[in-house]
Structures are given as C-alpha cells and as structure tokens.
Design a protein around this ligand. Structure first.
Ligand SMILES: [Zn+2]
Length: 254
C-alpha cells in the first residue's frame, strides 16, 4: 500500500454505507477519480477541514488491491469559508464543480484543465464572482474535451463566414460559425460576442469582457450555454441556484 500526496479539487461527495464517503476528486496527473474516505461521516475529526465541493488541497491517496482508492487525508490549501457565507459564491462553485464532474471522463488527466479550474475557483471565492469567470472556464473545459467552436471560418466547409450588420451566423452545437451556404437560418451572434469567445478561449484576461455591454455578455453566455447543454445528459442541479441569485442592474444573470 502506497499513499501519495497530490494536489486536488473536491468535485462531489456521496455517502458510502453508514460512516464513509466516496469523494470525487480532480487531480492534475490522474484526472478525475473516486476515493473512499473512511469514517468521514461518523467522525468530525477525521477530515476536520471539510470535504466540500470546490475545496482545493493536498490529498493523500492510498492505492490498495481493491478497485476503490482510499482517501487517507486532505489538507486544504485555500480558504473556503467565503463559499458558505455567500449564496453567489456557493452557486458559482457548485456550477464549476458539477459541470466538471458531468463532462470530464474518469482517469483522463489534463493538467491545464486542473489549473483552469483552480484559477476559476480562486477568482470566484477570493475575488469577486463574475459571470465571465464561468464563461472562461466553460471554454477551458470545451477545449480540453475537443469541443471548442470553430471561429476561423465556416465549421462545415471552412469558407469565410461574413458578418451582416455586425453579426455572424453561429450554431455552437453544430460546431461554430457558418457561411451563407450552410447557415440554414442559424441564429446570428454579434461579431463582438464572437471576438469575446476568441479572446477567452485564447486565455485572455476576463476584464475587457466583463466591461463589455450587457447585450454582448448575454449573447456570449447564451452561445456557450447552448454548447455546454448539447454535451450534458441532464440539466445541472446547480443551475437552480442561479435562478435564486439577485440579478445585476443589467439583468444579465449568469
Ligand atoms: Zn460553409
């Protein structure tokens, strides 16, 4: 039996028997994995720092002969207290974790995705939670899964997609931009929203997008949500939390 410390984000927990928990973890080098945390429910001292979704820390994971790994210890490395004190942060963190858990396959490690999730969590927990942080992470996740929309030409034929009155035909679930021959009545997305997708997908800073007009941010949200939804098997529970959040003055929502 070896026990190895590894950087970790807790994505979810579920009960295992009377006293234990299964903890779903994201790690940089082994991807998403399940580990049994013995007595995590029966003893408060066992994981006294908590095992809440979105917690970042160093996990000590033991590999036995059985199928299930064992979580021997978890030391938080970032302050998580703000998540329990604020519904907005709670909702954002729940969404980031549930989206990751639903879309990432077990044991497909991606250190870049791990870093993107840690960065998004840091921004919404320690900083001010803004919708642009969710959009940036959605694009990091779509990139990891190979689902980024095509933005440099028609996603069917590769021909240039031309803007008409400042908007381009775009269908995320079909693959991205569309030329006039293939748009089949697709919705039009403002060119500024396309530019925002490109900016965030390239790892650009969230600031300029956060400062964009509300209509552009809303178009960006709707375009990315359509792509994300097309890959989900069911609606996310965490999206119900967003409905309970106060809207900002623009009515943008998240
Ligand atoms: Zn085309």
């Amino acid at each position: 039996m070896r026990a190895e410390p590894t950087p970790t984000v807790v994505l979810r927990t579920r009960p295992l028997g009377e006293a234990d928990l299964v903890v779903v973890l994201l790690t940089p080098d082994e991807g998403k994995l399940d580990a049994a945390a013995a007595r995590a429910r029966s003893s408060r001292r066992r994981f006294s720092g908590g095992l809440g979704p979105g917690m970042r820390g160093v996990a000590t994971i033991a590999r036995g002969r059985g199928a299930l790994l064992r979580l021997e210890g978890f030391e938080p490395t970032a302050d998580h207290a703000a998540v329990g004190a604020d519904l907005t942060r709670f909702a954002y963190v729940a969404y980031l974790c549930e989206l990751t858990d639903e879309l990432v396959l077990a044991r497909h490690p991606d250190p870049e995705l791990f870093a993107a999730l840690c960065e998004a969590l840091e921004q919404v927990i320690a900083g001010t939670p803004r919708a642009v942080h969710l959009r940036r992470y959605e694009l990091a996740l779509l990139r990891c899964l190979g689902f980024l929309p095509v933005l440099d030409g028609c996603c069917v034929c590769g021909q240039p997609a031309e803007a008409i009155a400042g908007a381009l035909a775009f269908d995320g679930p079909r693959g991205g931009l569309l030329c006039v021959q293939h748009d089949r009545g697709a919705a039009r997305l403002p060119a500024a929203a396309i530019a925002a997708i490109r900016h965030l997908a390239d790892g650009g800073e969230p600031g300029p997008i956060d400062a964009a007009p509300p209509a552009i941010r809303k178009a960006l949200r709707d375009a990315l949500q359509a792509i994300v939804r097309s890959h989900l098997r069911r609606p996310l529970h965490s999206q119900a939390f967003f409905a309970a959040l106060p809207r900002d003055a623009s009515g943008e929502g998240v």
